[in-house]
Design a protein around this ligand. Structure first.
Ligand code: NAD
Length: 509
C-alpha cells in the first residue's frame, strides 16, 4: 500500500499508517545503528542523543587540518572525472541517488529523530524534502538545458555560446537543525553543477551525515569530514577549495564570507543564515487560523528553525482574543519523547540552548510578562535532556533584545499595534530578512504586506505555519539582509547557477 507522504503543510492528513511503519523502523534503527563506532580518521568523539543522555548515538572522528587537506585532495582528483561527465549523466546519477534516498528515508528520518530530537512528523517531512530537493534541481538542470545556450551573432560566420561551468571543489558546511534537507540542498546543487564536494555535517549530526553520504553513493565525488568549528575553519581556509556553501548562524556565516573575500581573488560563498521572523495579525484575521499557524511556526522543532516565527504583531483590538486562542492551542502541543506519536516538541539541542532559554525567560519576566511557559521542564525523561516549555511573552518594549535577536528557541514575543504600516516597519527593523507572515482577510492589507515586508519568503493565512514550511520547487528560500549573502535562495530556480561560473565562447567558422 502506498503511504501518504509527509510534508510540512499537509496537517490534515491521516498518518496512522506512516506511524505504524515508523514504529517498526525506529525499533530496527535502535538495534542496528545506534551506539556504533564509525570508522574515519581524526580525533574520536562520542555523543549522546539530546532526547535522553543515556542513548549513545555513536563514536565519530573529528577531522583535523591534515585530514581535511587529504579530503580536499581526493575531491580535487575526483573533479577531473566528475566534470568530464555530460550534465545529462550527472543528472542521471543524482536521480539514482534520490531513488536510494527515498528507499532509505525511514532510516534517515530515524537518524535525525534521535540526533536532533525531531518529532516523527518533522523527521519524515525532512527526509521527503531531501528526496524532492534532488529531483527538483535535476528538473531545473534539464529545463535550462544544462545552462548552455546560443547567443546572438555579430557576423554570419561567428557563433557564440554562453555556458555555465563548475569551479572545482566546494566545501559544504551544514547546521544541525535540518541535517538531511540542507546538506542535500547544498551538496546536490554543487554536484549537478559539476563540482565535487567536501561535506562537513554539524558535529551534532555526524550519524545522519554519515548515513546520508553512504546512501547518496556517489563515490569520491562526495568526501565526508566530521567535526565542529575547527574542522569547518580548516575547510574554509584550505587553498584547494573553489567555493563554500554554508548554512548556519549569522556570526559564523559572516565570518566565512569575510574570510573568503580577503584572498588573492574572490571565491563564491553561498551563505544562508538565521532569521527573526515576524507575523502580523490584523483585526480582519481569522483568529483561530492565526493562533494555530503562530503556534506551529513558533514551536515546531522546538523553535529551532531559521524560519520560525518569533515575534507576533497583533492589532490592539484583537490582541486579547488572539492571545487566549494562542495559549489554548499551544497548551495542546505535547512536549516529550519524539519516539511517541503524539509528541509535537522534543528537547532543544543541548545545554547551551537551554541556558539561552532560561536567560531569555528571566529577561521576559523582568521586562515584560510571561503568558505561557517560561520554564525548563523537570521530572522523568525531562531530567535526561534539555526540555523547555513552549513560551509566549508579552509587554516587551519594541526595541528589546528579545524582539531583535535570533533566539532559536520555542519562544514567541507578542507585540500590539494600531497601524499595520508601523508594525511592518518594526518587524523589518532587524538585521535579518528571511520569512514573514500575515493573517488578514482584507486584500488591501495583504497587498500592503507583500509590498513592504523585507524578507525573502512570505506567507499569508496558513494554519500549517505562519512563517514556516518551505518546499523545493514551491517556495524558494532566499535570505535577505543578514539572512543570506547572495540574494538568491535554495529550493528555487536561481540556486544552481550560484555553483557555476559563466564563460562565453565565440568561434569564427
Ligand atoms: P552554527 O553556525 O553554529 O554551525 C553551522 C555549521 O558551521 C556547523 O557545521 C559548525 O560545525 C560549523 N562551524 C562553526 N564554526 C565554524 C567556523 N568558524 N568555520 C567554519 N565552520 C564553522 O549553526 P547551528 O547551530 O548548527 O544552526 C543553527 C543556525 O543555522 C541558526 O542561526 C539558523 O537560523 C541557521 N539556519 C539557517 C537556514 C537558512 O536556510 N537560512 C537554515 C537552517 C538553519
Amino acid at each position: 500500500m502506498e503511504l501518504p507522504r509527509v510534508t510540512y503543510s499537509n496537517i490534515g492528513t491521516d498518518f496512522t499508517a506512516v506511524h505504524d511503519r515508523l514504529d517498526r523502523e525506529l525499533a530496527a534503527f535502535r538495534q542496528r545503528l545506534l551506539g556504533r563506532d564509525w570508522p574515519g580518521e581524526g580525533e574520536a568523539y562520542e555523543f549522546a542523543s539530546p532526547i535522553d543522555r543515556r542513548i549513545a548515538i555513536g563514536t565519530f572522528r573529528a577531522a583535523r587540518a591534515e585530514e581535511v587537506g587529504a579530503a580536499v585532495e581526493r575531491a580535487r582528483r575526483a573533479f577531473d572525472d566528475w566534470r568530464g561527465l555530460s550534465w545529462q549523466e550527472r543528472v542521471k546519477r543524482l536521480r539514482a541517488a534520490a531513488d536510494r534516498l527515498e528507499a532509505r528515508k525511514w532510516e534517515l528520518a530515524a537518524a535525525s529523530l534521535y540526533e536532533v530530537g525531531k518529532s516523527r512528523i518533522e523527521a519524515m517531512g525532512e527526509a521527503e524534502e531531501a528526496v524532492d530537493l534532488i529531483r527538483y534541481y535535476c528538473d531545473e538542470m534539464e529545463a535550462m538545458d544544462g545552462y548552455a545556450r546560443p547567443m546572438r551573432r555579430a557576423f554570419e560566420r561567428e557563433e557564440t555560446r554562453d555556458v555555465l561551468l563548475p569551479l572545482g571543489v566546494f566545501g559544504v558546511i551544514a547546521p544541525f537543525n535540518f541535517p538531511l534537507a540542507l546538506s542535500v540542498n547544498m551538496t546536490a546543487a554543487a554536484l549537478l553543477a559539476g563540482n565535487t564536494v567536501v561535506y562537513k555535517p554539524s558535529p551534532q549530526c555526524a550519524l545522519t551525515g554519515t548515513l546520508l553520504v553512504e546512501t547518496l553513493g556517489l563515490g569520491e565525488a562526495v568526501q565526508l569530514v566530521c567535526g565542529g568549528a575547527d574542522t569547518g575553519a580548516a575547510l574554509v581556509a584550505h587553498p584547494g577549495i573553489a567555493g563554500i556553501a554554508f548554512t548556519g548562524s549569522y556570526d559564523v556565516g559572516m565570518g566565512i564570507w569575510r574570510r573568503l573575500a580577503s584572498g588573492a581573488h574572490a571565491k563564491p560563498v553561498v551563505v544562508e543564515m538565521g532569521g527573526k521572523n515576524p507575523t502580523y495579525i490584523t483585526a480582519k484575521a481569522d483568529l483561530d487560523v492565526a493562533a494555530q499557524g503562530l503556534a506551529r511556526s513558533a514551536f515546531g522543532l522546538q523553535g529551532q528553525k531559521c524560519s520560525a516565527c518569533s515575534v507576533a504583531y497583533v492589532e490592539e483590538s484583537v490582541a486579547d482574543a488572539l492571545l487566549d486562542k494562542l495559549v489554548q492551542f499551544s497548551k495542546g502541543l505535547a512536549v516529550g519523547h519524539p519516539q511517541e506519536r503524539q509528541t509535537y516538541m522534543g528537547p532543544v539541542i543541548d545545554e547551551r540552548a537551554a541556558a539561552r532559554f532560561e536567560k531569555a525567560a528571566a529577561e521576559a519576566r523582568r521586562d515584560g510578562r510571561i503568558v505561557l511557559g517560561g520554564e525548563r521542564l523537570k521530572g522523568g525523561l525531562f531530567d535526561e535532556g534539555a526540555y523547555v516549555a513552549p513560551t509566549v511573552v508579552a509587554g516587551l518594549s519594541p526595541a528589546h533584545r528579545l524582539n531583535k535577536e535570533e533566539l532559536f528557541l520555542p519562544f514567541l514575543s507578542v507585540q500590539t499595534f494600531r497601524d499595520l504600516g508601523e508594525a511592518i516597519k518594526r518587524g523589518n527593523d532587524v538585521v535579518y530578512g528571511l520569512t514573514a507572515g500575515i493573517y488578514t482577510r482584507d486584500e488591501k492589507e495583504l497587498q500592503f504586506f507583500l509590498d513592504r515586508a523585507e524578507a525573502g519568503v512570505l506567507y499569508a493565512n496558513r494554519a500549517s505555519g505562519a512563517t514556516t514550511g518551505a518546499w523545493p520547487g514551491i517556495q524558494s528560500f532566499c535570505g535577505w539582509k543578514g539572512s543570506g549573502v547572495t540574494n538568491k535562495g535554495g529550493l528555487g530556480p536561481y540556486y544552481l547557477p550560484q555553483f557555476m561560473r559563466e564563460q562565453s565562447r565565440t568561434i569564427f567558422r
